[in-house]
Every structure is written in C-alpha cells, then in structure tokens.
Ligand binder design. Structure first.
Ligand code: ARG
Length: 279
C-alpha cells in the first residue's frame, strides 16, 4: 500500500504542471482559443475530436465480476472502476455507458474499435496487451493471491507445493494475470479457466478446484463477503498496475484520459475512491 501511495504522490506532484501542458497542447491542436482548463477537454469531447463510439458518451468495456473494482448489484454496475469511469467522463464533459463483456474480450474489443472507447476492468498493464492497445497512466497497483478452502490444511503460507501436483485443479479467470501465474507456478496441476471471475470461487467451494488464483484485492473481498469458508493463504507481490485500455488509433482519447486521471489524482478523488473501496 505504501508503494501505491508514494507512486500516486509522486505522480500528483508533477501532475498539475504536466496537465497544464497537455491541455495547452489540446487547445491549440483543436485550433480554437480555448482556455487551458478542463473546459478545453470537454469541448474537444463534445465536438467529437475524441473519436467516440457514441457521440457525447464514454462507452466503457467492463467485466462486472471483480469486486471491489467491477461488480453488479441489483442490476447496477458498482465498484471503483465504475466510479472512476464516471469521474473520467465527468471531467471530459461526457455521459458514461458501461458495456458488459467477458474479461478476455475487453482488450480485443478496444483494439478492434467500434464497440467501446475504453476498457476499465482491473486490467493489468502487460507487454502482450501493450501490443494490442495503449494504456493510460495507472490508477491502482495490485498483487496476486492464492485462495483455498479453510479446511485445506495441505496448503500454507510457507508451502503451496501441494497445489503443484497432477490431479489438482486451479481455478482462474480466462485471460488474466492469475491464469498466467497459475500456469507458470503450478505446471503439474490443471489450470482451469472460467469466463467469469466469481465462478472460480463457486467451483472451488463445490470441490471442482482446489485453489483460486486472482488479484489480491479481489481475493480478499470475495473471501470477506461471499466465501467466508475460504481464505487467502498466500499473497504474491506482483505490483501489477491497473490502467485504462485505449485504442492505438486514438491518441486524443489517451491524452484526454491521462489528463483527467491527473486531475483526479490532484484533487484527491482517486485517493478517496481507493479508500472507499479498499479501506
Ligand atoms: N488484473 C487481472 C488482469 O488484468 C485480472 C482482471 C480481471 N478483471 C475483471 N473485471 N474480471 O488480467
């Protein structure tokens, strides 16, 4: 956590200055005599300079199965990413619309264009993904964790080798960093991908898997809220950076999003969001 804080503080320190430069650039490229305030960004958004899928709206690809970042409650999208997307849209003078996609389809959808403007879904900046999309500045840093049922005493904080055996199944969400971690570290086990992150926990509870590998903040939340008979047995400090995925063809949107993120860092909104959802 202190790592997160210091990074954000660092970004915040020069964010105001960098933001002014970014906005000045934005205003002049639009050719107007706009003031170097957030009004410049919102005007660019309204005039369609951001190449949005749907005019006046920021359309967000999200997989709402990843609390506290992305979830569905009583038919409503909730979570840190959901609030962040709304705040980003506000800064750009846009409405927000969420599009429910399976996680492993989000980066391809952003890359293909025409469906969503941004992917915001606890997406870790990864070299393979950077070949397909651009990433904004990061807004959160997470780790991995291993979750097992509490009565599974063969796996401990010091020794998870029982999971690296034939006949063991590790549940992961398809296409995630958790899937790569499980494959790399438990090559003798079967890594079973599920489309939906929450299905991994249900599968483990039903005895179809012996462990779940997911991001730390999510594993902790799932165990605290829904799967109290399970526990986070091991945390792995991967320091994964979560960021918004943007089409490689849309530099205007990338800089507008980065500018809005800086504003949300500078005005304390991002810290407040992290506090609200992660304590
Ligand atoms: N951080 C991980 C990744 O990028 C998992 C993200 C899963 N997100 C979700 N909304 N289900 O691979």
């Amino acid at each position: 956590m202190s790592k997160n804080m210091s990074r954000r503080e660092f970004v915040g320190a020069f964010g105001a200055f960098a933001g002014m430069i970014a906005l000045a650039g934005c205003g002049s490229s639009a050719g107007g005599n706009k003031a170097a305030t957030s009004a410049a960004a919102s005007t660019a958004a309204e005039t369609g300079d951001l190449g949005l899928v749907s005019a006046g709206k920021l359309t967000i690809g999200v997989s709402p199965d990843f609390p506290p970042f992305d979830n569905m409650e009583n038919g409503n999208y909730v979570g840190l990413d959901i609030d962040l997307a709304k705040d980003l849209a506000d800064k750009l003078g846009l409405e927000v619309e969420y599009k429910n996609l399976q996680f492993d389809a989000i980066v391809p959808a952003v890359a293909a264009g025409g469906q969503v403007d941004l992917g915001i879904s606890g997406i870790t900046v990864e070299p393979d993904r950077e070949k397909q999309v651009n990433f904004s500045d990061s807004y959160y840093i997470d780790d991995q964790c291993i979750v097992v049922m509490k009565d599974n005493t063969s796996v401990t904080a010091d020794d998870q080798s029982a999971l690296n055996a034939a006949g063991v199944t590790i549940a992961v969400q398809s296409g995630t960093t958790g899937e790569s971690y499980a494959k790399e570290n438990f090559p003798n086990a079967t890594t079973q991908p599920y489309g939906n992150a929450t299905d991994c926990f249900a599968a483990m509870q039903a005895g179809q898997a012996q462990a779940v590998v997911t991001n730390k903040a999510v594993g902790k939340q799932m165990v605290a809220d829904a799967y109290t008979d399970a526990q986070v047995v091991k945390e792995i400090a991967t320091g994964e950076e979560y960021a918004c995925a943007v089409s490689k063809d849309n530099d205007a949107l990338l800089s507008a999003v980065n500018d809005a993120i800086k504003q949300l860092q500078d005005d304390g909104t991002l810290d407040a969001l992290v506090k609200k959802y992660l304590g």
